[in-house]
Design a protein around this ligand. Structure first.
Ligand SMILES: NC(=O)c1ccc[n+]([C@@H]2O[C@H](COP(=O)([O-])OP(=O)(O)OC[C@H]3O[C@@H](n4cnc5c(N)ncnc54)[C@H](O)[C@@H]3O)[C@@H](O)[C@H]2O)c1
Length: 329
């Protein structure tokens, strides 16, 4: 039984929900975050617990990571930068590489298990669906900076598996598919669902990048947290890669229409299509379809996703409404 868990990226979307889930199951949890993209409000339910400690720190500080992970049994490494949609790729590449190396080095002191967050983006443009864990990773040209995110995570996956072979530490890799739910970041960083809900609540147009025919399989946050905890707790997960997410595929346009219906009933949605070039100023490539094969997680972990999209969206809209109202109090 792993009792002491370190969660990096704890003040972010998945991290804060995971900390809550771990505390409900009686773990001792130390959350680390430098608050660059996270928010302490996300941890307000955790900070009441005596079994929770928050440390504001940067995962690029290797001495601090050694110190903060020393008394843990397992480290869930979530702190990372994502697709540099509006920014440059340097942070994504360096934070993801340096942070993961430091966490793996910290885990070497005492053979701690590392659960590393990867992403469905690593499958890139592979046209063969659904993606299974041994599918090819088909990445576009280096001149398209959005691929820096997938490349950083592919590198991290390789580094983790190499550390396992060289230093005998157990590692598990999770490829998450589009999460949504309470504590999601309210900008594009959090994904289209959070931006669409925000726009619909304010009566503004929902901005769709491209023509909206690209698909995703959106996963409610409790289904991500359940997958992570099963992976923490299962020895069978050691050395394995898992797709964790929903298999319900939906186009971005239909997602926008669904959100509009849940907020405004049958009135026509306000939608503005935004060409990729206009927000990047550079070449951009989107992933046109994305669905996971989750049979490996089902077989080895007994995992399946549970929350239907409309149900999850209703809960997320209720949360986002509260946050928006609080802002205007
Ligand atoms: N949300 C998803 O659906 C999804 C999908 C695929 C992969 N992932 C991966 O899961 C992980 C968590 O994603 P999320 O959606 O919760 O992101 P998030 O941005 O909400 O959370 C990440 C947290 O890491 C923190 N962080 C960033 N750089 C840091 C640093 N140098 N030191 C310490 N803390 C730092 C941020 O402040 C933030 O709180 C990431 O590794 C991400 O790549 C998430």
């Amino acid at each position: 039984m792993h009792n002491r868990v370190v969660v990096t990226g704890a003040a972010g979307f998945i991290g804060s929900n995971l900390c809550e889930g771990l505390l409900e199951r009686n773990y001792l949890v130390r959350g680390i975050d430098n608050l660059s993209m996270g928010n302490l409000d996300n941890l307000e339910d955790c900070t009441n617990s005596e079994r929770f400690e928050f440390v504001e720190e940067d995962v690029r500080n290797n001495e601090k990571m050694n110190e903060l992970c020393a008394d843990s049994d397992v480290i869930v490494h979530l702190a990372a930068y994502k697709i540099p949609r509006y920014g440059n790729a340097t942070d994504t590449l360096l934070i993801n590489h340096q942070g993961t190396k430091n966490i793996l080095d910290a885990a070497r002191q005492g053979s701690k298990k590392v659960v590393l967050a990867s992403t469905s983006d690593v499958y890139g443009k592979n046209p063969k669906l659904p993606f299974s864990e041994d599918s090819d990773l088909v990445i576009g040209p280096s001149t398209v900076s959005r691929w820096s995110y997938a490349v950083s995570k592919i590198y991290d996956e390789h580094l983790a598996l190499a550390y396992q072979d060289t230093y005998n530490i157990p590692v598990s890799l999770i490829r998450f598919f589009g999460g949504y739910g309470p504590h999601q970041h309210l900008t594009w960083w959090g994904g289209p669902q959070s931006v669409f809900i925000g726009a619909a609540l304010r009566g503004k147009p929902m901005e769709i990048h491209g023509d909206g025919s690209q698909t995703r399989s959106f996963t409610y946050i409790s289904d991500h947290v359940e997958g992570i905890i099963r992976i923490i707790e299962s020895e069978r997960a050691n050395g394995e890669i898992f797709n964790i997410g929903s298999t319900h595929e939906i186009t971005i346009l239909d997602l926008a229409k669904t959100i509009n219906r849940l907020i405004h009933g049958n009135s026509d949605p306000l939608i503005q299509f935004v060409p990729y070039k206009s927000f990047t100023g550079k070449p951009y490539e989107d992933v046109m379809r994305r669905i996971p094969d989750i049979s490996k997680a089902q077989r080895l972990l007994g995992y399946s996703w549970k929350v239907q999209l409309e149900d999850g969206l209703k809960r997320t809209i209720a949360w986002q409404r509260l946050v928006e109202d609080r802002k205007h109090e």
